[in-house]
Design a protein around this ligand. Structure first.
Ligand SMILES: NC(=O)c1ccc[n+]([C@@H]2O[C@H](COP(=O)([O-])OP(=O)(O)OC[C@H]3O[C@@H](n4cnc5c(N)ncnc54)[C@H](O)[C@@H]3O)[C@@H](O)[C@H]2O)c1
Length: 253
């Protein structure tokens, strides 16, 4: 049984993970950490991770960047692996957890969905094979409350493809202002906003007389929670270092 500490246990993601962990015989949440203690949990909840003095294998963190130092200090002191799924880390924060990975196993992914990470891996393979002959376009769709566009995930897909191509790609976000033919080195990125769409991402490779489309549709936040629990299992027994979803997908395939 893998023993987990859920940092941010009373947030939206923490609650989904708590529910999934109860249904999973391989994992057990032995403690939760949250500044919000208004929710009844099936495990003890602390307002700071330092208050927990039991044993744990992995800390899952879906909280706030301000928790990072406390979590890293706890993990370094107790030699516990950590899954960092919180978003919004600064460059200093990233340097901080990369330095910590010299002492403990650190998993970081801004998108914990296994499906999205598989989509990225497939898009890289497709780009390598099709480059030069196919135009690449990314279309993402999200709910009408989302403020940023395009999504961070659409940009992550574009970056992964760009790293694979033998030439630097030019990202084109808006065709409205420019009246010219698209260049073959472009990656077009379009955002659609409407209703309650949780998150759709589509990568289109358009060639002469043939089109290949890779798409991912997220119906709920559960996909991120499932990925986080998979990551916790993946991290058990790992040595110190940085780990990510790419590695998990590669090890699983
Ligand atoms: N990597 C991914 O795939 C992925 C997916 C979904 C959400 N996220 C990120 O995970 C984070 C949490 O998302 P959410 O939707 O659950 O948010 P949320 O606001 O519902 O939950 C955050 C929880 O953290 C708690 N918290 C905040 N500061 C704390 C502190 N100092 N100490 C202890 N607890 C503290 C809050 O009380 C809250 O319960 C966000 O950064 C979000 O962007 C990442």
């Amino acid at each position: 049984m893998i023993k987990l500490i859920m940092n941010g246990c009373n947030g939206k993601m923490g609650q989904v993970i708590s529910r999934l962990a109860e249904e999973d015989s391989e994992v057990e949440i032995v403690a939760g950490v949250d500044i919000n203690t208004q929710i009844k949990n099936t495990y003890p909840v602390y307002t700071s991770i330092d208050e927990f003095d039991g044993e744990a294998d992995v800390v899952i963190d879906f909280s706030h960047p301000s928790c990072l130092n406390n979590v890293l200090n706890y993990c370094k002191r107790t030699k516990t692996a950590v899954i960092l799924a919180t978003t919004g880390f600064s460059a200093d924060d990233k340097a901080n957890f990369e330095a910590a990975s010299k002492e403990i196993p650190v998993f970081f992914s801004a998108n914990m969905s296994l499906g999205i990470n598989l989509l990225i891996s497939l898009a890289k393979q497709a780009a390598k094979l099709l480059e030069g002959n196919f135009d690449i376009e990314i279309v993402e769709r999200h709910h009408n409350k989302k403020l940023d566009a395009p999504s961070g995930t659409a940009l992550a897909i574009a970056d992964a493809i760009d790293e694979t191509l033998s030439y630097p790609a030019e990202y084109v976000f808006d065709r409205h202002n420019v009246r010219r033919q698209r260049k073959s080195t472009e990656i077009g990125i379009s955002a659609v906003r409407g209703g309650t769409i949780v998150g759709d991402h589509e990568v289109i490779f358009a060639g002469n007389d043939e089109v290949i489309e890779l798409s991912h549709h997220a119906a709920s936040k559960e996909v991120f929670a499932v990925g986080a629990i998979k990551a916790a299992k993946f991290m058990c027994g790992k040595s110190a270092g940085m780990y990510n979803m790419d590695m998990l997908v590669a090890e699983t395939i």
